[in-house]
Design a binder for this molecule. Structure first.
Ligand SMILES: [Zn+2]
Length: 280
């Protein structure tokens, strides 16, 4: 599932190639992609609009339009946003096509085999009603910055396990399973520590680990795993997966200590990978 670094990579692609262009026509195939509103609402909201910017909060890609509305794209499990020359054969599961002004003639595709993703046009003045979860999003460690003091405040008094807390988008926005496991490993903290049991040194290590892991992953263009279809807007793969130390490495020797094997446990229906020696 695309997380902050993957969505940030897509955002940079949109910034470079799509911002400033007008959407001349819109096609919507599968209605599930526009389930929050409707096919007609998306067509009416986008046709003739110019994309003014490409922003991101957590895993949400947000593009202000010259109409005053904003385009929101959420990739969820398997969504991809791709720029292609007009007339190029479209891949299966292309649910939304935006025709772009300018030369060369290009289209912006939303492709999503598993159809959990969403494309929405909303009024930012009415975000609490139209996209309530966006209004309640937590701190984005890259877009907002995350200080040690802020993280200490977020963890204080929380009788919750550390990893589910990191995955809670209302607390920290953009971190998913890959980057939670990698950040906890780098911070030498177990996933099942109680959030309010961390010393201030440990909070500092966790803050530094979250920010550095996410920053390095953005520089690497995100992680493209064998079982997911994440690519950037030109179809290129990320390569941060070669730097993963625990995620998807269960049973393999820990690269950090070289003395223990990575373990995998299930927690709330999701897998967690960690080194029992480095993270104790
Ligand atoms: Zn280790």
């Amino acid at each position: 599932m695309p997380e902050l670094p993957e969505v940030e990579t897509v955002r940079r692609g949109v910034q470079a190639q799509v911002v400033g262009r007008r959407i001349t026509a819109v096609e919507v195939g599968r209605e599930r992609t526009v389930r929050r509103t409707s096919r007609q609402a998306l067509i009416d909201g986008l046709t003739g609009a110019t994309i003014l910017a490409a922003n991101r909060r957590g895993k949400y890609l947000l593009c202000p339009l010259d109409t005053g509305d904003e385009l929101m794209v959420h990739l969820r499990m398997s969504g991809r946003l791709l720029v292609a020359a007009a007339g190029t054969p479209r891949p299966a599961h292309t649910h939304v096509v935006m025709h772009l002004s300018g030369s060369p003639r290009q289209e912006l595709w939303f492709v999503d085999p598993r159809t959990f993703g969403e494309v929405v046009v909303f009024d930012p003045a009415n975000v609490d009603v139209e996209l309530p979860e966006l209004a309640r999003l937590g701190v984005d460690p890259i877009a907002d910055g995350l200080t040690r003091t802020q993280l200490a405040t977020l963890l204080a008094g929380r009788r919750r396990l550390l990893k589910p807390l990191l995955l809670d988008q209302h607390v920290v926005a953009g971190v998913g399973n890959i980057y939670a496991d990698e950040s906890l490993h780098r911070a030498r903290l177990r996933h099942d520590r109680l959030a309010d049991s961390l010393t201030s040194r440990e909070v500092g290590r966790l803050r530094d680990a979250v920010v550095s892991v996410l920053t390095e992953a953005v520089e690497a263009g995100g992680s493209t795993l064998t079982d997911t279809q994440y690519v950037d807007i030109e179809g290129g793969q990320g390569w941060f997966q070669v730097h993963h130390r625990v995620y998807d490495r269960a049973g393999q020797r820990c690269i950090t200590c070289g003395k223990a094997d990575i373990q995998r446990v299930m927690m709330g229906g999701r897998s967690t990978c960690f080194c029992p020696r480095c993270q104790h």
